[in-house]
Design a protein. Structure first.
Length: 30
């Protein structure tokens, strides 16, 4: 079983953690 899903989830989680403060700082991009 390729651990690709695990890597994708890890990368996605890191991206969310890094982008979260930026989104809050800009007042939510949505």
């Amino acid at each position: 079983q390729m651990p690709v899903i695990s890597v994708v989830i890890s990368a996605h989680a890191m991206a969310l953690i890094m982008m979260h403060p930026v989104v809050l700082e800009r007042g939510q991009l949505r």
